[in-house]
Design a protein around this ligand. Structure first.
Ligand code: SF4
Length: 259
């Protein structure tokens, strides 16, 4: 970051345990552009001190030497596209576990501050991903799982393309009269619900159904910023006739692999 401000909290016993006399010099030597202390940095006044350094002094890196990064998360949240926040844990790692006022305690605190500043001065502001991503969901196969997936994705507001190689939807279940018990107490077979599900999917305004169609190829590219991956499938249809379904979208998006 270009301008890094150091904000040291003396509350929660930090001030009593760590002599802060040399802190400003350590901050200066490690690349800080400004140095502030506050006895209660997470208070509205303490947070306002940080915000004013960001707004008025152009600070884009903030090193907060106070409690653990697991505490006061909401208080120390600033616009991440403009400001990098680095937390230095003086409370849990120094004040609450080291003998107060000793030279080693002081050295530990100073080292933690140096490390925080090293990170804050080197880190760059993240650039938001600007690429337009098509969030259409491709579902291949219109058996029970495919139909339910298409319906669920459409229910979440996605446009859905459902591709089925057969000339009708429903898969294996479409040929069954009844299904095994799925509702407690599981002692009676039920009428096959697939017909209702097929009707719901086929009439859903957000779901485009392509029967007698197979995926031929899926090209993918990883846009800047890595995920989600953009997939560009092409389709083929068995037998004579057009190879690409009418109104076929040229790209769809699936969630990135997480394994
Ligand atoms: S909770 Fe954190 S920021 Fe608030 S006074 Fe204690 S050390 Fe300082």
């Amino acid at each position: 970051m270009n301008k890094v401000g150091v904000f040291v909290c003396t509350g929660c016993e930090i001030g009593a345990a760590v002599p802060l006399d040399d802190f400003e010099e350590v901050a200066d030597d490690s690349g800080a552009s400004s140095y502030h202390t506050h006895e209660h940095l997470c208070s509205p006044e303490g947070v306002a001190t940080i915000q004013s350094a960001i707004d008025d002094d152009g600070v884009d890196g903030v090193v907060i030497a106070a409690c653990s990064h697991r505490a006061k998360i909401e208080e120390f949240k600033f616009d991440p596209t403009k400001v990098h926040v680095e937390r230095v844990c003086l409370r849990e790692q120094v004040a609450w576990c080291q003998p107060p006022g000793e030279e080693d305690t002081q050295m530990l605190a100073e080292d933690l501050l140096r490390m925080g500043l090293a990170k804050a001065t080197i880190v760059k502001t993240p650039v938001p991903l600007s690429e337009e991503v098509d969030r259409t969901v491709l579902v291949v196969g219109a058996g029970l799982a495919g139909l339910e997936a298409a319906q669920a994705a459409a229910g979440m507001g996605h446009s859905v393309v459902l591709v089925e190689s057969e000339d009708k939807l429903g898969g294996y279940m479409a040929g069954m009269k009844d299904v095994v018990p799925e509702i407690p107490p599981y002692d009676t077979i039920h009428a096959n619900p697939i017909g209702d599900l097929v009707a719901a999917v086929e009439s859903h305004p957000q779901i485009k159904v392509f029967k007698s169609t197979m995926t031929k190829k899926i090209n993918w590219k990883v846009p800047v910023g890595l995920s989600p991956c953009a997939w560009a499938p092409s389709f083929r249809r068995p037998g004579p006739g057009p190879t690409t379904p009418p109104d076929c979208p040229i790209s769809v998006t699936v969630p990135p692999r997480t394994w």
